[in-house]
Design a protein around this ligand. Structure first.
Ligand code: ZN
Length: 188
């Protein structure tokens, strides 16, 4: 449909809690197309609706590699229903061009969502796979949470943000994730 502008970190709407989708209408399927077109145009692994200025609970992910056929997965009204383990994950985000930092994530997640045809599904992603991490990253966007809020080292993360002329870490928004921290420290 259309490649849309990806909002950059600093845009207030990236911090908003998005609204549930009540019906998978044409408006929603058009939005899904735009999300996919925009994600592929930027070589992204995932993109959430708030990143293109639509605060609704929709995101898309494609973890296929260049030599594989495209494999888009559409998540509407997703809910993470199970999570376990912990892993250090080096992440970036299309709303933070070029800025990467280490964050804390669960290793395994199970997510329940509706697809673009209005069908509910459950998906499990394990072992700290790209899919497992992407699901957590994109799902966070729907609650106004950004990957830097999970950073392992806020000073390191801040340096990266500064380097790419992005706003600083907001210490009040850093998440308290002691259990994940302990588990990661134990395994490293
Ligand atoms: Zn992101």
């Amino acid at each position: 449909m259309a490649i849309r502008k990806v909002l950059r970190y600093g845009e207030p709407s990236l911090r908003e809690v998005s609204k549930e989708v009540h019906k998978v209408s044409k408006k929603v399927t058009d939005l899904v197309r735009d999300l996919l077109d925009t994600m592929y145009s930027q070589n992204g692994v995932g993109l959430a609706a708030p990143q293109i200025g639509e605060n609704v609970r929709v995101f898309v992910i494609d973890v296929s590699t260049n030599d594989e056929p495209l494999n888009p997965i559409v998540f509407i009204n997703p809910k993470i229903i199970k999570k376990s383990g912990a892993i250090k994950s080096n992440e970036g985000c299309l709303s933070f061009p070029e800025a990467y930092t280490d964050v804390k994530r669960y290793k395994n997640v199970m997510v329940k969502a509706t697809n673009e045809h209005g069908k509910p599904f459950v998906l499990e992603a394990k072992d700290g796979s790209l899919l497992a991490r992407a699901i957590q990253h994109e799902n966070d966007h729907l609650d106004g949470i950004l990957f830097i809020d999970h950073c392992i080292n806020r000073f390191e993360a801040d340096e990266v943000l500064e380097k790419y002329n992005l706003p600083h870490i907001d210490p009040d928004l850093l998440l308290d994730e002691k259990e994940l921290e302990e588990e990661i420290a134990k395994n490293s």
